[in-house]
Design a protein around this ligand. Structure first.
Ligand code: ASP
Length: 581
């Protein structure tokens, strides 16, 4: 038998028991008369003690153990003399009678401890060692728990988990596909799913009524902290539902998860339209852990002779409470922040309401005290507040002010990782103009239905048509999104036409779906959550990499297995692929 207990479970209640433990050597301390070894497994640490009563051969063996050796020990549970109440097993130790080395270990390239000396690259190369560390492994445990809870909630709501294929044909979700050559069909390629979108809709045509899947999706995009080329979705689809049904059901899911995993009560999710989100936060994924909503002041500040404001399409600002005491240096730092190329603003205007009520702005030349007063009033500013204003093209300025708002949120400590603020953003535009290709694209995807009352606008003002589409946002991160779908062939054809597909193209790519719609497709809709993002929010982490067992780096590489890699000429020949780089 390898073990009677794990390294995390023995306590004073087990005193006197003969036990067998297995694990890795975390640490050893040789105090001359005594030798102590901490043995570790997934469940915890147990102290092993070897003293002068033990036979010398055993002590020699113990002293020879290196870090991360895999050992098996037999012995008796005894009370410790110096106790460690921080850990479960801290009051006992094992008086070892027998020790086997199951496997030796080279000295690991970094410390396998909660705080490690290993850099990111090294830890990725030896990810299997990194995963021995508590904080990293705990993320996987959390991920597992959330996955179990998701399954339990959805199962309770009559959803069934169905696996959809991984070798498919391109699904247009706006990113590039990863493709896989087909040996048996030379010159032809499968695509890996960007999502199971068309399959889940077909499952609705099949009458499955409620589908879900924890599913890998693949998108060949540039990577960021919250993106990986392969990621996991909680993908769901339901029949005979309206948007309201979906919002209520998945509000239920998120409440269930927070309650079960974190003991946090989320409650009813506020809803905000896309238009309001953009107007009040300059973002379709507002971080609502803090207020600082935008205030538009065109009427108030135009016409005073300050050219930047006079020529602006939009003058808009935020109020940073208690920041009137910001020094010149701090204000300059904020100006530099918005002028960074990533943000690209031309400048920042401020109005300070000092503690004594004095008003002072960076554009005092153009505004008298009365105007400054009105300006402060528009923001409901009190003594001690600072108002930051930006101006220019409406869309760009809102985006820039969004960045500044988030930065101020960071500076003021308003983005607490232990606070959770969730909401629905609804009424997204159906279409989005793309300057590069000079045409409209589906903002969500081409299967999303327009709001019936807006269909008339498709020909006249396509950009104004709203969709039955919604996103769930938590702490400024889009964690999920979905829509009510088109389930009618004619409407789907019309949609493709508006997206610039020729009839032949639409038929070639999506003929199968439109044909399915002619065999009794029920009204349906769905949603998909980014599972990695959700887990990282629960874990209080910025990067989804930390909640993925074997993630890829920023260049899309797995540095542990060294992939992607070249394949042999034989494989290429078999696939009839000629490679020119
Ligand atoms: N397939 C969509 C996505 O991956 C989600 C949905 O519409 O259900 O974003």
């Amino acid at each position: 038998m390898y073990r009677t207990h794990t390294c995390g479970e023995l306590t004073m209640a087990d005193l006197g028991k003969e036990v067998v433990l297995c694990g890795w050597v975390q640490k050893s301390r040789d105090l001359g008369a005594m030798t102590f070894i901490d043995v570790r497994d997934r469940y915890g640490l147990t102290q092993l003690a070897f003293d002068t009563d033990d036979n010398e051969a055993l002590r020699v063996q113990a002293r020879a153990l290196g870090r991360e050796y895999v050992i098996k020990v037999s012995g008796t549970v005894i009370e410790r003399s110096s106790k460690n109440i921080k850990i479960n097993t801290g009051e006992i130790e094992i008086k070892v009678s027998h020790l086997d080395v199951l496997n030796a270990s080279k000295l690991p390239p970094f410390l396998i401890e909660d705080e490690t000396d290993g850099g990111e690259d090294l830890r990725m190369k030896y990810r299997y060692l990194d995963l021995r560390r508590n904080p990293v492994r705990n993320n996987l445990v959390l991920r597992h728990k959330i996955a179990q809870a998701v399954r339990s909630y959805l199962d309770g709501q009559q959803f069934i988990e169905v696996e959809t294929p991984v070798l498919i044909k391109s699904t247009p979700e706006g990113a590039r596909d990863f493709v896989v050559p087909s040996r048996m069909n030379a010159g032809e390629f499968y695509a890996l799913p960007q999502s199971p979108q068309t399959f889940k809709q077909l499952l609705m045509v099949s009458g499955l009524d409620r589908y879900f899947q924890l599913v890998k999706c693949f998108r060949d995009e540039d990577l960021r902290a919250d993106r990986q080329p392969e990621f996991t979705q909680i993908d769901c689809e339901l029949s005979f539902v309206e948007q309201e049904d979906i919002l209520v059901l998945f509000e239920g899911l998120i409440n269930y998860l927070f309650k079960k995993i974190k003991g946090v009560e989320i409650g009813e999710l506020p809803r905000i339209s896309y238009a309001d989100a953009m107007r009040l936060y300059g973002s379709d994924k507002p971080d609502t852990r803090f207020g600082m909503q935008f205030v538009e002041v065109n009427d108030l500040l135009k016409g005073a002779g300050f050219p930047v404001f006079d020529n602006a399409e939009l003058i808009v600002g935020i109020k940073a409470e208690g920041c009137a005491s910001y020094t010149r240096k701090q204000l300059d730092a904020l100006t530099d922040f918005v002028k960074r190329p990533q943000i690209g603003a031309t400048g920042l205007v401020y109005l300070r309401v000092s503690e004594d009520g004095t008003l002072k702005s960076s554009v005092d030349k153009f505004y008298g005290q009365e105007q400054l007063k009105a300006w402060a009033k528009a923001f409901d500013a009190k003594s001690g507040d600072l108002i930051l204003v930006m101006a220019g093209d409406a869309e760009k300025t809102r985006k820039q002010l969004n960045e500044l708002r988030l930065e101020m949120g960071n500076r003021l400590g308003l983005r607490d990782k232990n606070k959770f603020s969730a909401l629905w953003v609804v009424d997204f535009p159906l279409l989005e103009w793309d300057d590069e290709t000079s045409r409209y694209h589906a903002m969500h995807h081409p299967f999303t239905s327009p709001k019936p009352e807006d269909i008339g606008l498709l020909d006249t003002a396509p950009g104004k048509v709203r969709a039955n589409a919604y996103d769930m946002v938590i702490n400024g991160t889009e964690v999920g999104g979905g829509s009510i779908r088109i389930h009618d062939k004619g409407k789907q054809e019309l949609m493709f036409k508006h997206l610039g597909f020729s009839e032949a193209e639409a038929q070639k790519q999506f003929g199968f779906l439109m044909e399915a719609f002619t065999y009794g497709a029920p009204p349906h809709g769905g949603i998909a959550f980014g599972f990695d993002r959700l887990v990282s929010i629960f874990a209080g982490l910025d990067s989804i990499r930390d909640v993925i067992a074997f993630p890829k780096n920023n260049a899309g590489r797995d540095v542990m297995i060294d992939s992607p890699s070249v394949i042999s000429q034989e494989q290429l020949n078999e696939l009839k692929i000629a490679v020119k780089v």
